[in-house]
Design a protein around this ligand. Structure first.
Ligand code: ADP
Length: 216
C-alpha cells in the first residue's frame, strides 16, 4: 500500500507515521527529513535550503520533485510508501499523481489529521527529535524515557524552525497552499479525516482500523 499522512505542522504526522511504518512495514518519506539531511551535509544546496526553511517558507517545487523522483526509482519503495509532509501544494500533488501513474502505482488512502492552531503551537514548542534514531518526542505530552527510547537524552534536539513566530507563518502557509489539496483527494474518494486532538494511542487505533479495512 501507498499512503499520505496529511495535516498542519505539529499535527502528529511524523509520530503516527512512525507507528504505521513499524506495523505495516512501509518506508516513510518525509520531505522535511530529506531536506534536513541535505542541510546536515552542509552542501551549497543544503545552505540555500536552510535559509528558506528557517524563514518558514517552502523550497522550490523543482527541488522537491527531484527528491521524490529518486524515491520512485528505488524498487525497495514499490508499493511501500508513506508520505509525511508531502505533497504541500497543488503543483506537487499533480506531480505525485503523474509519478504514481508512470510507475504503475496508486494511493491506498490519504489520512488527514485535524488539529486547531492553538494545539499545534503547543505541540511544536515541546517537540524534540532524536538525532540518532529520528523518533519524535514531546517535553509536555510525550516525554522520552527509558521505556520508549534507548538512545539517551543527550541526542534530543529541537528543530531550528520550531519557534513561535515561524510556527504561525508555517500554519498560515499551510492554510493557503496545502489545505486545498484535500479537495483533490476527496474527489478521488481517497480521503479519511481523523480527529487529531486525541492522545497518540487513540489516534493510532483509529488509523490502524482504517488501514486494516483497506489492506485486503
Ligand atoms: P508533524 O509531523 O505533523 O509536524 P509531529 O509528529 O512531529 O508532527 O508532532 C509534533 C509534536 O507533537 C511532537 O513533539 C509530538 O511528540 C507531539 N504529538 C504528536 N501527536 C500528539 C498527540 N496526539 N498528543 C500530544 N502530542 C502529540
Amino acid at each position: 500500500m501507498n499512503l499520505i499522512i496529511f495535516g498542519p505542522p505539529g499535527a502528529g504526522k511524523g509520530t503516527q507515521a512512525d507507528k504505521i511504518v513499524t506495523e505495516f512495514n512501509l518506508n516513510k518519506i518525509s520531505t522535511g527529513d530529506l531536506l534536513r539531511d541535505e542541510i546536515s551535509k552542509n552542501t551549497t544546496l543544503g545552505k540555500e535550503i536552510k535559509k528558506i526553511i528557517d524563514k518558514g517558507s517552502f523550497v522550490t517545487d523543482e527541488t522537491i520533485n527531484n527528491l521524490i523522483k529518486k524515491i520512485f526509482s528505488n524498487n525497495e519503495n514499490h508499493n511501500r510508501l508513506i508520505f509525511d509532509g508531502y505533497p504541500r501544494n497543488l503543483n506537487q500533488t499533480k506531480n505525485l499523481d503523474h509519478l504514481l501513474k508512470k510507475n504503475k502505482q496508486s494511493l491506498t488512502c490519504v489520512l488527514s489529521l485535524n488539529v486547531p492552531e492553538d494545539v499545534v503551537v503547543k505541540r511544536i514548542l515541546g517537540r524534540q527529535v532524536c538525532t540518532k534514531c529520528s523518533l519524535i518526542f514531546n517535553k509536555f505530552f510525550n516525554p522520552s524515557n527509558k521505556k520508549n527510547h534507548n538512545c539517551g537524552e543527550q541526542f534530543l534536539t529541537t528543530r531550528s524552525d520550531d519557534k513561535e513566530e515561524v510556527i504561525i507563518k508555517r500554519y498560515k502557509t499551510y492554510i493557503i497552499e496545502t489545505l486545498p489539496i484535500l479537495n483533490f483527494y476527496k474527489n478521488l474518494d481517497l480521503l479519511y479525516e481523523i480527529d487529531g486532538i486525541k492522545d497518540i494511542d487513540s489516534i493510532y487505533k483509529e488509523i490502524r482500523q482504517i488501514l486494516h479495512s483497506l489492506d485486503g
